[in-house]
Write a protein that binds this ligand. Structure first.
Ligand SMILES: O=C(O)[C@H](O)[C@@H](O)[C@H](O)[C@H](O)COP(=O)(O)O
Length: 234
């Protein structure tokens, strides 16, 4: 298990400011080192204040590519669309916001394969992956179900894959395309931001269980090799 450090805050607002500061630093470091930066950001509601704070940073946004860590197979503009939320926060700054889904794919596995082919030429490994965690232990869209192994045991050059959660999460009961575990674990920086005691308890248990954790977040943490910061607010 890699080194894991918890960062605790009084509330989500304080956490958002701190995480945005860390992300800004990682992006600037990548720009300094390589001339451009490529990062993956999650969906869900927890990161939205982080995006609002990060979007205020002065960065060479035109040289920053942002992909979602995962997206739901819904049309652009749908309230469940992660790329839509990311685009709302960062497009006005000039960032290159790059979708990992398209309306054209006939089924979720084909959507994953098409996305993997399209993403091949982005600069891998990612400079940064920010992850959220669900109360059921999923992260990105690596969920329990028949497609779990497709995401966790993917070949190292398979960056994204189509998945159908089982059971479907009540808040977004749709198939998805997600970064694979190897693509997440290969990131140069891996950061987690979560709120609530239930998620903290679940992550602490997953860390204790290591690779045998039944939860996708436990499998990701067990596979990671870079030190991980976990930001938490009640
Ligand atoms: O699109 C998704 O489903 C997300 O990327 C997912 O992995 C998210 O991070 C968690 O579900 C937590 O979501 P909340 O922050 O809304 O609890």
């Amino acid at each position: 298990m890699t080194e894991i450090e918890w960062w605790d805050y009084d509330d989500a607002e304080e956490m958002a400011a701190a995480v945005a500061g860390d992300l800004r630093f990682v992006i600037q470091s990548a720009l300094d080192a390589r001339g451009d930066a490529i990062i993956a950001l999650p969906g869900g509601s927890t990161p939205l204040p982080i995006y609002a704070a990060l979007a205020e940073s002065e960065l060479a946004w035109k040289r920053v590519t942002i992909i979602p860590t995962d997206d739901r197979l819904v049309p652009m503009g749908d309230k469940l669309s992660n790329i839509t939320a990311i685009a709302k926060a960062f497009m006005a700054r000039g960032a290159r916001v790059y979708p990992i889904t398209s309306d054209a794919a006939e089924d979720y596995r084909a959507a994953g394969q098409a996305a993997d082919a399209r993403l091949r030429d982005l600069g891998w490994p990612l400079d940064l992956v920010l992850l959220g965690v669900g109360e059921d232990g999923h992260t990105a869209s690596i969920f329990p179900g028949d497609d779990l192994a497709a995401a966790t045991d993917a070949k190292s050059d398979a960056r994204v894959v189509g998945v159908k959660p089982d059971p479907m999460p009540a808040n977004a009961p749709v198939a998805r395309v997600t970064l694979t575990l190897p693509a997440i674990a290969a990131a140069r920086t891996l950061t987690i931001a979560v709120t609530g005691q239930a998620k903290r308890d679940l992550i602490e248990q997953a860390i204790e269980d290591g690779a045998k954790s039944p939860h996708p977040i436990g499998k990701v943490l067990a596979a990671a090799t870079v030190p991980i910061d976990i930001h938490w607010a009640p």
